[in-house]
Design a protein around this ligand. Structure first.
Ligand code: PLP
Length: 403
């Protein structure tokens, strides 16, 4: 039995998505750029998907949307494309809590001599608006800010940030990494997001396969081609289009749109149930980002005095998939840069666990976690010297191992 609560990492492919992809792996395998009649339906499938997705996000023209391999590519294409097209400006604004797709790209640019302002967040994970505004300079070329944080689910006020950038200097480009919010929160590039020039997303976060993403580039935006090659994607991204995945991503967006409100309600109810149970049943826990506007599917719980890896291991033994805030699994013992930026204390940021729900998450699954999680925490705290210290208890003797 698997209880999958790591949907901010990736999601299960919806059966309906798999179904519409199938013909493009078999009979409809033609290259969409080929001129013969057999390729026409394939080309049509790509363009229909583009038109549909562009319409959902409020793009004025379908050609403003290009397909990429993932959000990481979209973020790189937006940032490197912007700096190549604007060589006279050398300053970029971003937040300290971006995904590595943006943060590491900015660090690389810092090595190349660019000046980067990393805007901090408060204890709830909300971006410091004053610092953001004050960081805008005459040589700022780009502001790159995520819509929703992947670790905490905290929503950033993209409308305000993009508006202030454009009111200060319309020549500054605004890029938004919407990887976590796409299909979960409204995105309207013709309305609330009208000051956003570029926007990235990724299919595998909303029940399409891994390996397909999108990048919106508003018409007229100064952004050079990142992946240079053939003339695909209006010359903005070389490489033969991944037709089955494009068709699948479009279907996934259609499915999400059909049930968006009910899904959001359901996820929020279950997330809150889990959150309330933790707060009631476990001493010394807090919810990271609770005081900020949050996406309905995300719960980041800080369990003081124990290690996230220990919790994850014990959850995993029960078939429960979640993720830890720390980067230990990637071979580093550094705690999460997001929780560090929020000022989460040492004893909690090492024990932070993220549960992220999807529309497939059931109440029975949440109830199982409510039963098991407090038991895991209690067991691990028995072994924790920090917990003993916090409770002024002398360290209990370690069990004697006899042969
Ligand atoms: N941006 C955010 C906010 C993310 O959460 C992720 C993935 O976790 C990415 C970018 C990168 O997405 P991809 O795996 O499609 O490259």
């Amino acid at each position: 039995m698997t209880i999958y609560l790591d949907n901010n990492a990736t999601t299960a492919i919806a059966p309906e998505v798999l179904e519409v992809m199938q013909p493009f792996f078999t009979n409809e395998y033609f290259n969409p750029s080929s001129m013969y009649a057999a390729a026409q339906p394939v080309r049509n499938a790509v363009e229909n998907a583009r038109e549909y997705i562009a319409g959902v996000i409020g793009a004025a023209q379908a050609s403003e949307l290009i397909f990429t391999a993932c959000a990481t590519e979209s973020c790189n294409a937006a940032i490197f494309g912007a700096i190549r097209a604007n060589p006279n400006r050398r300053h970029i604004i971003t937040s300290a809590v971006e995904h590595p797709a943006v943060l590491e790209t900015c660090k690389e640019l810092e090595h190349q001599g660019f000046d980067i302002s990393y805007i901090g967040v408060d204890r709830q994970g909300s971006i410091n608006l004053g610092d953001f505004v004050r960081s805008i300079r005459k040589d700022t070329l780009l502001a790159a800010v995520m819509h929703v944080n992947n670790e905490t689910g905290v929503v950033f006020p993209i409308e305000r940030l993009a508006r202030v950038v454009k009111e200060t200097d319309p020549a500054i480009l605004f890029f938004c990494d919407a990887t976590q919010s796409m299909t979960k929160l409204p995105i309207n590039l013709n309305g609330v997001f009208r000051n956003v020039d570029m926007l990235a997303f990724s299919g595998h976060k909303f029940h399409a396969p891994k390996g397909i993403g999108g990048l919106y580039i508003r018409r007229g935006t100064r952004c050079r081609t990142f992946l240079i090659g053939g003339h695909q994607e209006f010359g903005k991204r070389g490489g033969t289009e991944n037709v089955p995945y494009i068709v699948g991503m479009s279907k996934a967006i259609e499915l999400a749109a059909a049930t968006h409100n009910e899904d959001a309600e359901q996820m929020k109810r279950l997330r809150n149930k889990l959150e309330d149970a933790f707060l009631q049943q476990i001493p010394n826990v807090e919810i990271n980002g609770r005081g900020a506007e949050r996406m309905p599917n995300t719960l980041n719980v800080a369990v003081h005095y124990i290690e996230g890896e220990g919790i994850l291991y014990q959850l995993s033994e029960l078939g429960i998939c979640a993720s830890s805030g720390s980067a230990c699994t990637s071979g580093s013992l550094e705690p999460s840069h997001v929780l560090s930026a929020m000022g989460v204390p040492f004893t909690a940021k090492h024990g932070s666990i993220r549960f992220s729900l999807s529309r497939y998450t059931s109440e029975a699954e949440i109830d199982t976690v409510i039963t098991e999680f407090p038991k895991i925490v209690a067991r691990l705290r028995l072994l924790s010297p920090y917990w003993d210290q916090a409770n002024n208890k002398p360290r209990s003797a370690l069990p004697v191992i006899t042969r």
